[in-house]
Design a protein around this ligand. Sequence first.
Ligand SMILES: [Zn+2]
Length: 366
Amino acid sequence: MSKNARAAVMTAPKTDLEIREYPLPYVDKGCILVKITCCTICGSDLRTWLGHREAPTPIILGHEIVGEIVELGEGVVYDSGDRPLKVGDRITWTVMDNCGKCYYCREKGLMMKCRHLRKYGHDSCVDPPHLVGGFAEYCYITPGTCVIKTPDNLTDEEVAPANCALATVVAGWEALGIQPFESVLIQGAGALGFYAAALAKHYGCRRIIVTDILDNRLEFIRAFGATDTINTGEMEDEEIVHAVYNLTGGFGVDCAMEVAGVPGIIPVGLKCLRTGGRYAVMGNAYPGSHFSYDASDILFRRLTIKGIHNYDTKHLQMGIDFLAMTHGVFPFKDIVTHRVSLDDITEGLRTAESGKAIRVAVLPFR
Ligand SMILES: [Zn+2]
């Protein structure tokens, strides 16, 4: 094994990532060194690179990571599900390392809002162990991270996006309390939308309505269980609401979710809810995402709005279990549409920006 690891480092937004080498760290007690086999480019990586989100630099972006254990630190014996771990096992892990002891971790059940939170692909790489992001050959996992051994029947490319996109959708699913036979509106036919549609189908939802402005994506999401797709590109808001009401017996959907990262679609999503309906904001993970809405409609129609940022460990495990159960049913393997090496990563970010790709995979040892 070489003593250094290559990493693609962002020094400023919108500039080409630089390949730098860092020494492989000594593996401390409770830590794990992983050889990264695949990391997918998440919408939030793209937003950070475009400068829509603040990030400390230099930084190794990437948090939808899967890899093989190279070295286990003292005391690391099991994963989060009490499955024994050994060198060579393939794992994925939570985007966050949380302390487990602060107000939010211990008292409020919001581990993703830990007061001492560290996040892979979100923190500066200037200090050792440096290797704390996915766009690199190796990643150093610290003790507050929940590690999950991945089932053999899933490919790296199926597992990687689960780490952020699918786990977030599972968290939103739980927050909305979606029930079998309910109708859902999914605003956005990207990776989160595909997972949401598949969950809705698996869960026995009656109508699974998806809106987007790209026909090819709306076509593709039918394979994930969408029952009705609407290209809203040329439609007025009132027409969209009318179409959704027509599909739901004149009542509106029980639940709706914004998974497009476009704040302007939230008001129409709220209007598509039935009285007593629930709404989740899941895609607008960057500041300045404003929308305006008549608060009296939220009150009179008894609407609920939930904000979902990241997830709890159990949601990642549930996502992996869901993939293992249903990967023969839904085309999860087709969510990664483009692949790049570390050297071509800036090209990969541009491809993601263009909207041509659903997920771009970075394969560091390609
Ligand atoms: Zn993400």
